[in-house]
Every structure is written in C-alpha cells, then in structure tokens.
Design a protein around this ligand. Sequence first.
Ligand SMILES: CC(C)(COP(=O)(O)OP(=O)(O)OC[C@H]1O[C@@H](n2cnc3c(N)ncnc32)[C@H](O)[C@@H]1OP(=O)(O)O)[C@@H](O)C(=O)NCCC(=O)NCCS
Length: 178
Amino acid sequence: MNMQTPEAQLIELTPLSLSDADWITQGLSTFDVAGNLTVPYPYSLADAHLWLTGTEFWKHPDNLRLKISHPGEGGIGVVSIRKVENMPTLGYWLSPRFWGRGIMSRAVRDTVARYYRQTVTDIIHSGVFHFNMASLAVQHKIGFMETGRSSIYCPARGGDIEHIDTELTRDAFEAAIQ
Ligand SMILES: CC(C)(COP(=O)(O)OP(=O)(O)OC[C@H]1O[C@@H](n2cnc3c(N)ncnc32)[C@H](O)[C@@H]1OP(=O)(O)O)[C@@H](O)C(=O)NCCC(=O)NCCS
C-alpha cells in the first residue's frame, strides 16, 4: 500500500532546531491537536524550548525526531519515535489546516522505515485516544495492530482518556508497505 497524494509527495522530513519553537507552540496550542496528545496545555514557548533543547531525548541513540516540512510553508508537524520505558514509541501531530491530505500517512511510513533501517528494533508501540479514528487509520495502513486498552491522562482534556494501545512488528510493516 504505497499510494501517496500529490501533496504528500512534496513534504520532507528534516531535523528540528530551536528555530522551530514558534510554529510548534502555535500548533500545540490548538485544542484540536493537544486534545489528542499528552502534551502540556496550554502549551507555551518555554515548553517548546524545553522539548527542543532537553538532553533527555537524546540519551538513547535510537531516538528519532523529525520536522514535517511543506514547501513554502516550513514546519507543519512532527513525527518522533523514542524509547518510553525502553520501548520504541511512535508519536506525531500535524497542523489542522493540512489534515486529510495524506501527509501524515506518508510521514509516519517514512519515519518508521527510517527507524527500522537504523536500528535492530522489532516492535514499535503507539496508540490513539478512543475517538481518534483518523490516527488509527494512519497506523492500520502500515501494519499496526490493536493490542488492548489503557487509560492515559490528557492535559488538554483535564482527565484520563480511554486509549487504544497498538503495536507494529518489522514483518507486519514490511508486508503492509508492499
Ligand atoms: C491524526 C492526524 C495525524 C492525521 O493526519 P492526516 O495527515 O490528516 O492523515 P492522512 O490524511 O494521512 O490519513 C488520515 C486517514 O484517516 C482516515 N480517516 C479520517 N477520519 C476518519 C474517521 N473518522 N474514521 C476512520 N478513518 C478516518 C482517512 O480516510 C485517511 O485514511 P485513507 O488515506 O486510507 O483514506 C492529524 O489529524 C493530527 O495531527 N491530529 C492531531 C494530533 C493527533 O491526533 N496525533 C496523533 C495522536 S495518536
């Protein structure tokens, strides 16, 4: 399943830097984005600086964090795979005006492919809040399977939210992207 929309083919995945703090703050200050994530809310420029400069992220050499760049627009979203309790864990978000154009499907697929190329990892964990069917669709398309349910605190919603836990194996990914 390698279909890409013309616009999704235009995006690039590039390294993040401190100069990305402004658009990250703007994106994560939107309830429609933060309400699907576990980021602080309201999200401040200081939160973005901390996230971008924090050395904690780079303690594990496998960790990968990329900017989704759109030509003429600059940074419009982020994809990351980082060790959480030693498990590689995928997370991502996109600015709302770019939703529904196939951009995250491409960004997530390419980031996972890069991660599998660069590491010996087999299983990548992720998940979505129970109402986030667009995100679940993005994951299903590249082979993620549901493994159970949990409850995760969402600062923007101010409470614990039912979470669909998912995981991907290297074999399932390779089969899905044929
Ligand atoms: C979820 C999110 C990443 C999706 O990004 P996107 O670029 O719009 O996603 P895409 O366009 O690549 O793909 C969305 C898919 O979901 C499907 N979809 C959208 N709404 C859906 C719904 N209500 N039910 C089922 N599928 C749905 C689309 O049809 C599409 O699948 P298709 O390509 O097979 O048709 C984006 O909306 C976002 O950043 N949201 C806020 C943050 C967030 O939710 N992050 C993920 C946390 S788990």
